[in-house]
Design a protein around this ligand. Sequence first.
Ligand SMILES: [Zn+2]
Length: 251
Amino acid sequence: MATAAEPRPAELPLPGGREGASVRVHPLMTGRMIGPEAWFLRRDGRLAWRRALGLGMTRSEWLEFPVPAFLVEHPRAGPVLIDTGFHPSVAVEPRKNLGPVAHVLFKDVRMEAEQAATAQLRAKGVEPSRVNVVVMTHLHVDHASAISEFPDATFVVSRAEWAAATSQGQLHGYVRRQFDHAFDYRLLDFEGPDVESFASFGRSFDLFGDGSVRCVYTPGHTLGHQSVVLRLRRREALVAADAVYLRRNLD
Ligand SMILES: [Zn+2]
């Protein structure tokens, strides 16, 4: 299938690094959905897929889950976004942006217009066009929904995730028109020679070369899922995205 996007390998570090820099992080709740509990727990077994799709389950076996994005303020690289959350149109017409499959699987999409990441950025005094870098943990519909809102940004995605999203379809949680734009996509090759280990993560990249924002490889939820380790002023934060859906997954 022809694609508008022509991703290129990431050339690190991205500009804006500053030795010893720390960042501030602001979670942005862009909306909520409910999904089958079994979808989040990913159990094995003969009928696991039926349960993961919510077939034959009662309402009490569905969980409400948040759809966040994260604003990261770097002292020199400027505002960075992790994931994009729901597109503003999801507040009025969820099926159009999320596609028919996600709309059936995840019910009760709840979003107010002012919850869109762009609206929340503006409310914090950050013009969305100033966001230079968007780190995509993965390209599932609830993360890639608002990519079109950031045409000037550089999008950082893992190479394996790009391959998965462009070869799999809605049954795997991807809606191509959400991300297939002629934008500046940069791929991190976690299987390549430039990867380095960081703490307990075997494969990582230091995005700005100053240790403030590190992408770490956490495949499992999707084939190319990455998480982000942020150096805050007094501690570190791990944005695990869908690598850890529930406390029970972590335990
Ligand atoms: Zn996901």
